[in-house]
Design a protein around this ligand. Sequence first.
Ligand code: WT7
Length: 647
Amino acid sequence: MSKTFPPSPEIAKNAHIDSAKYDAMYAASIADPDAFWHEQGQRVDWIKPFTKVKDVNYNFGDVSINWYSDGTLNVSANCIDRHLETRGDKTAIIFEPDDPNEPAQHISYKQLSTSVNKMANILEELGVRKGDRVVLYMPMIPEAAYAMLACARIGAIHSIVFAGFSPDALGTRINGSDAKVLITADYAPRGGKATPLKSNADQALLHCKDSVKCLVVKRTGGQTTWTEGRDFDYNELVLEASDVCAPAEMSAEDPLFVLYTSGSTGMPKGVVHTTGGYLVYASMTHEMVFDYKENDIFWCTADVGWVTGHSYIVYGPLANGATTVMFEGVPTYPDASRFWQVCEKHSVNQFYTAPTALRALMGQGNDFVTKCDLSSLRILGTVGEPINPEAWNWYNEIVGQGRCPIVDTWWQTETGGHLMTPLPGAHAMKPGSAMKPFFGIEPVILDPQTGIEITTNPAEGVLCIKDSWPGQMRTVWEDHERFQQTYFSDYKGYYFTGDGAKRDEDGDYWITGRVDDVINVSGHRMGTAEVESALVAHSKVAEAAVVGFPHDIKGQGIYCYVTLMNGEEPSEELRKELRTWVRTEIGPIASPDFIQWAPGLPKTRSGKIMRRILRKIAENDTGSLGDTSTLADPSVVEDLIANRAGA
Ligand code: WT7
């Protein structure tokens, strides 16, 4: 039995959801989803109220997911206009710049309204219409949120590309959704350095249609090159733009955004989220999981380039009329105290970050934390990867001073919001456990071979979800076939998460990690296939196989086996060249940790690479390679073991 940490009586007493309420509400949500979600649907303002709640088919071949489908609404009106009367002067966004000496900005709901309306009008002037796609490639500045909400206001679909991605990756995503406009900034300051976003955008646009326009926000004022007729200066246009733009009436199932994410095979897919259900789910989870109350200051340290930023920096908090912190920088700049200084400076109540950041900060010593006044903190959260007990304990004792519940939120780009997590006032936490399903979520553990549900405890297997929830993705952008194949074909009648999980004697859930060829590097999800295809695109590479291995800080690192073309010689120089190559093809987050030269790869007689073996070698766990008798040439394994890269 692992040690449990019950919430303090004070937290439990004041929380929205205590243990008894969780049990009752959860039971009701499963017994009668229509009634439950009908009631929760009231948390957003509808232009035309819905009469239908849920209309879902999980049968392979006919998968379709609809929520509130005859209702109409506008997301930006829900995140802004409806708060103006009562919260007009309340701070919507606190912007904390990369440089701590640059003043923070407090943007009120009224000011947010003005900026979003202006941005919406600018987009319309650039020709953007309802249903058109707009790509954002932005620093973590308020204009990123304005742009998201401006798209939502006019019914355009945004697709955010994380500013750490390379020009190539950006170009592919602009073309992938056939975007009309790209919104970017001159530079993105981060950790004292500035990424030249506009120059990256220029390179990306070389591979896109001539008609794509580029709207540029001035962040640093640094030098950029300008293409007349294609590039537009936001800071100039905003001076003239009207601050009145009527919100478009959108159907609940109109797409709100596309967000590319990595899968086990092929190139990243465009995850499509829609308007009504997504907003209901983001708003509800933000309020209940973080026990959000009216005057709280909420800080999620993610980037808006990831789904966490979409749901818990922008849409969830703003739908709830909250004050949300947008931080441009990194946890270690100017030093390892930055997160905690920002918590003190803005009296943050809820703090939500990734285990990888905690592991990196933990190693720097406790003084960086304890010298700050963290008495405002009430709830802590983690997301993105399993948290190891050491990091959990450090978070609990040093950051939370033993008084803040930690919500370990398990979810995915596909799920729109949290699916499993302890609730702060309801559950005794166990370090490393995602604990309990959120309302309406029915997790099941299946035997990976037979696909049969394991109903007893303890259980271990693949994690699927039985039924739909409003925040679920609806399709893969222009590829519904791939959507069905990826999530509904292996285990018929369920949503397949790609994760493995255990359920302990108490019925609490523990995520054990991906069961497919997806790896998680510093909380960033990556398909090994993507890194492989970047490597083989290099003229000297014949073949490549990429696997993850355990990494102290990053969670998982990237280990590459590379077979060179005939006649090419391995060298340190070539190793460096390949590393740089992958960074340019995908971005710095895909940088290989190790590259091992592999004269041959372990393959079955039918030519399938046996990744299981490659994973074991990368982990340096070569004592238990398992059955190698099906290999076409078992001797390659000996060579790979003998020439293992790294420590
Ligand atoms: C994958 C989803 C959801 C926002 C950030 C990542 C892993 C996520 C946890 C957690 C253990 C976690 C899973 C999941 N993951 N949260 N609390 N504990 N693992 O979104 O990029 O779509 O990645 O991240 O493996 O499938 P994403």
